[in-house]
Design a protein around this ligand. Structure first.
Ligand SMILES: Nc1ncnc2c1ncn2[C@@H]1O[C@H](COP(=O)(O)OP(=O)(O)OP(=O)(O)O)[C@@H](O)[C@H]1O
Ligand SMILES: [Mg+2]
Length: 384
């Protein structure tokens, strides 16, 4: 045979076209960081986490610097990363500011400063015309008494900083509650808020890119028990387009004001068809975990895309979803995975009362089928 000889030599790759390897530094190494790394690996990203807790959940997946957030050497290691972000908002703003002198830090440290202080956060909402519960700062017992007169009872007294899962707050129902609440919380600066008799709690996950482009997931509904988020329904049932548009308008203003880059979550109370902003989280959020299996692009991937200046991914929700937090205990894997479309996430954390140790996302074609699956999952030992 007289076949023409074809060169078997592959073309020489153009090394200038090789994608640079990128390392993301993350302050905090909790489950949010762990899921961020899991979303980043398919994109070829590397991660370095800084967290003082040696057993932090992201530590088993990536380099983990076990040190204080302000440790010089640790910050040196993180400043060698291409971009630094947070998965926990109670890190010292000082650490973020120092890193920002040497590398890119997103969301901006100023946004972190606002979002970690309930007073600054509510003032930000107020300045933008975003409705909130009435509020007033409190630092003395006398101020508490006078602001309770103004705002009326019931009211909620909260520490300005470091609150999570309903910790660091007390509901004041009568004058008799003031002494005990102040004795418990008054060592720190506080915020008094009017009690909102809401019908539902909703949250909006937003993402803003470096170029200022924004995307929003549909509003989701959050159900709490004992101050801890237990179930998120996504999308929230029966939300009119106009309410989604209002939430997006409020959030868009906040993103713009904070020159925000990354995922931001805003929690709202819904009362008589009106939204009242409760708080914002400058990071990926528990109410967005459903996006891993339930949306075209997960909140974790979109956060990474945003901070790296990559195009944002679609925020479309594929099917009705529910996300169940596993609090304090883990159900048997086999039992969870026997439920159609249930996806299980364990965080590699030791079970402890009140601690979020994993979650389950379940999807279904219809709300009725979803409810049946949720009911089945909630009956499992360790899942309720
Ligand atoms: N002003 C208020 N009126 C009525 N209920 C409130 C008010 N503030 C807080 N709550 C209730 O307490 C829960 C926890 O409050 P908040 O979200 O402010 O604190 P948190 O500790 O940061 O909670 P999480 O970590 O779950 O977001 C809210 O989800 C809501 O159910
Ligand atoms: Mg909250």
């Amino acid at each position: 045979m007289n076949a023409r000889k074809v060169s078997s030599q592959p073309p020489i790759p153009d090394s200038s076209r090789r994608e640079p390897s990128l390392t993301i530094g993350v302050l905090g190494a909790g489950q949010l960081g762990r899921m961020m790394a899991l979303a980043g690996y398919p994109l070829g990203l590397r991660f370095v986490f800084l967290d003082p807790a040696a057993s932090a959940p992201a530590g088993s997946l990536a380099e983990h610097v076990v040190a204080d957030y302000l440790d010089e050497q640790a910050l040196e290691r993180l400043s060698a990363c291409d971009v630094v972000t947070y998965e926990f908002e109670s890190v010292p703003v000082e650490a973020a500011r120092r890193l920002a002198q040497k590398t890119q830090v997103f969301p901006p440290p100023d946004a972190l400063a606002v979002a970690q202080d309930r007073l600054l956060e509510k003032e930000c909402f107020r300045a933008l015309g975003v409705p909130t519960a009435p509020f007033a700062p409190v630092s003395t017992r006398e101020e508490l008494a006078s602001h309770v007169q103004e705002l009326g009872l019931p009211a909620v007294l909260k520490t300005r900083r470091f609150g999570y899962d309903g910790k660091g707050q007390a509901v004041l129902r009568s004058e008799a509650d003031l002494d005990a609440a102040f004795a418990e919380l008054g060592a720190q600066p506080l915020l008094l808020e009017g009690f909102v008799p809401f019908e539902r709690e909703l949250s909006l996950l937003c993402v803003r890119g470096r170029d200022g482009k924004v995307a929003f997931y549909p509003l989701v509904e959050n159900r709490h028990r004992e101050g801890i988020l237990r179930v998120t329904y996504a999308p929230a049932d029966g939300i009119r387009d106009s309410l989604q548009a209002t939430a997006e308008r409020y959030a868009g203003q906040v993103l713009e004001r904070l020159a925000y880059v990354g995922v931001l979550t805003i929690e709202f109370f819904l009362r008589d068809g009106e939204l009242y902003a409760n708080e914002m989280a400058p990071r990926v959020h528990n109410s967005g975990h459903f996006t891993i299996e339930g949306a075209e692009t997960s909140q974790f991937e979109n956060h990474l895309r945003a901070i790296l200046g990559l195009p944002l991914g679609s925020t479309e929700v594929l099917e009705p979803c529910a996300m169940l937090n596993l609090v304090g205990d883990l159900p048997p894997r086999e039992a969870v995975l026997a439920v159609p479309s249930a996806h299980l996430h364990f965080y590699d954390k030791a079970p402890r009362v009140g601690r979020k140790v994993g979650h389950i996302t379940v999807r279904a074609a219809t709300r009725a089928a979803l409810d049946a699956n949720v009911t089945r999952l909630l009956r499992l030992p360790g899942a309720g």
